[in-house]
Design a protein around this ligand. Sequence first.
Ligand code: PRP
Ligand code: ZN
Ligand code: MG
Length: 226
Amino acid sequence: TAPARDRLRIAIQKNGRLAEPARSLLTACGLSWRQSRDKLFCYGESLPVDLLLVRDDDIPGLIADGVCDFGIVGRNELDEQGAARRRIGLPDAYQALRGLNFGQCRLMLAVPEEWEWSGVEQLAGKRIATSYPAILADWLAARGVDAQVVELSGSVEIAPRLGTADLICDLVSSGATLAANQLKPVETLLESEAVLAGPVKTPDDARAGLMAMLLRRLDGVVKVRD
Ligand code: PRP
Ligand code: ZN
Ligand code: MG
């Protein structure tokens, strides 16, 4: 079992769309930090709540391993890694505790603009590029569609033009990226937003009280902003 700790650790994105709103949400909850020089670890001053600045993809794993107690991450990332764990028989290790009302986007299938879209049966035998292979594979399986999932960690939207895939499954926010790549959205797999993620089981040390307090404050702040 993990050693008892009396300080809370929250992982947030270091750079990217969720970084600033996540930080300001926590600030609104009354948290403040002494800035460390490398800025990857921020020591909590107003409360014993420290910040870890990481890549969003690492946040679910940090919670699963007990390195962090909470994380602010897109539901898309949490669901993908949860689905990937389930596919290899691992138990659930984290959960979305609260929707945070920012970072809204959709995980969508997008096809070249010239395609005539008639429905999912059209996907049979096609190659789909995505950074969300587990969600996509589950979605295809649930619909009995036999398509090939091509995993790419980024720049998914150029895959059809490069000929490495026929279509893509990626996040859509404003739609500008799809338009710039002559793609059009046709199916929604997931509605996503930033969530507060936490462990399946609350630690039974001083952190439990801190976690409960932070959730209460968060609920107040998110409600007022709504
Ligand atoms: C996401 C997604 C698209 C883009 C869509 O990438 O992969 O590229 O946003 O947004 P839009 O509809 O507003 O154009 P993001 O910029 O979050 O970074 P990443 O691809 O490096 O993860
Ligand atoms: Zn990412
Ligand atoms: Mg992108």
